[in-house]
Design a protein around this ligand. Structure first.
Ligand SMILES: CC(C)(COP(=O)(O)OP(=O)(O)OC[C@H]1O[C@@H](n2cnc3c(N)ncnc32)[C@H](O)[C@@H]1OP(=O)(O)O)[C@@H](O)C(=O)NCCC(=O)NCCS
Length: 206
C-alpha cells in the first residue's frame, strides 16, 4: 500500500507546491486589507530556510508566545525549540514584506496516533498582521494540502490554554478539542490537575 505521507515528505519543494498547493499561484502573495501592502509568501523547508529567516522566525515565536512558554510546565527552552524548528520534514509558509520576515506557519504531513494528518507546528504573525485575516488564509492552505494528500484525516495543532486568543482563533476556524488531547489528571488526594495545553483538530471533509 502506498504511504502518501511518505510520498509527500519525499517531494522537492517545487513538486510539493505543484502537487499540493492551490494551482492558481495566488497563494504566493497577500495584500493587507488595511495598508494595501503586498506580502510575499514562499514555501521553505527546515533545510532550505536561510539562517537569517530562521532566526527571525525564532524571534517571532519568542516575541508572541515567550510569556506563554515561560508560564507553562516545561518553560521556555530555546535550544529544544530551535531543534524542533529544524525537524527534517518541517515546512514553512514564510510571509515577507520587503524581504523582512513578518510571519510564518510551520507544518508537517505526519502520523499522529496512527492517523495521517497535517500537523501545524507554529503560526506567528507580527503585530501589524494580527487580526488582518492572514491567519485564516494560511490555515486554509493546510486544509488544501491535507485535501490533496490522499487519506489525510485532519489538520491538528497544539495550543497553550493560557493563549485564550489563539484558542478562540482556532475555534472560529472550526477546530475543536481532539480526542487525543490530554485529560485532567486526578492526584491521589483527589485534586484535579489540568494540562496547560490543548490538542485541537479539524476533520478534512471530502
Ligand atoms: C493567532 C494568529 C495566528 C491569528 O491570525 P490573525 O490573522 O490574527 O487572525 P484572523 O484575522 O485571520 O482571524 C480569523 C478569524 O478568527 C477570529 N479571531 C481572531 N482572533 C480572535 C480572538 N482572539 N477571539 C475570537 N475570534 C478571533 C477573527 O475574528 C476572524 O473571524 P472572521 O474572519 O469571521 O472575522 C495571530 O493573531 C498571531 O500570530 N498571534 C500571535 C501568535 C499566536 O498566538 N499564535 C498561535 C500559537 S498556538
Amino acid at each position: 500500500m502506498k504511504d502518501h505521507i511518505d510520498i509527500a515528505n519525499s517531494k522537492t519543494s517545487d513538486q510539493f507546491i505543484t502537487d499540493y498547493l492551490p494551482s492558481s499561484n495566488q497563494w504566493r502573495s497577500w495584500i493587507h486589507p488595511a495598508t494595501k501592502a503586498e506580502y510575499q509568501i514562499t514555501l521553505q523547508t527546515a533545510e532550505t530556510l536561510p539562517k537569517t529567516n530562521f532566526d527571525a522566525c525564532f524571534n517571532l515565536i519568542e516575541c508572541t508566545s515567550g510569556e506563554a512558554y515561560r508560564k507553562s510546565k516545561d518553560g521556555w527552552k530555546p535550544r529544544s525549540k530551535r531543534k524542533e524548528m529544524r525537524l527534517l520534514d518541517l515546512k514553512y509558509l514564510l510571509v515577507k514584506l520587503d524581504d523582512q520576515v513578518e510571519g510564518f506557519l510551520s507544518f508537517m504531513p505526519t502520523y499522529e496516533d496512527e492517523y495521517p494528518v497535517i500537523y501545524c507546528y507554529e503560526i506567528h504573525l507580527s503585530p501589524a498582521l494580527q487580526g488582518s485575516g492572514l491567519g485564516r488564509v494560511l490555515m486554509q492552505y493546510l486544509e488544501v494540502i491535507g485535501d490533496k494528500i490522499p487519506g489525510t484525516a485532519k489538520v491538528m495543532l497544539t495550543c497553550f490554554l493560557s493563549n485564550t486568543r489563539g484558542v478562540a482563533f482556532y475555534q472560529k476556524l472550526g477546530y475543536a478539542e481532539d480526542e487525543f488531547s490530554p485529560q485532567p489528571k486526578i492526584l491521589r488526594n483527589g485534586t484535579k490537575v489540568a494540562a496547560d495545553y490543548v490538542i485541537m483538530s479539524k476533520n478534512i471533509s471530502r
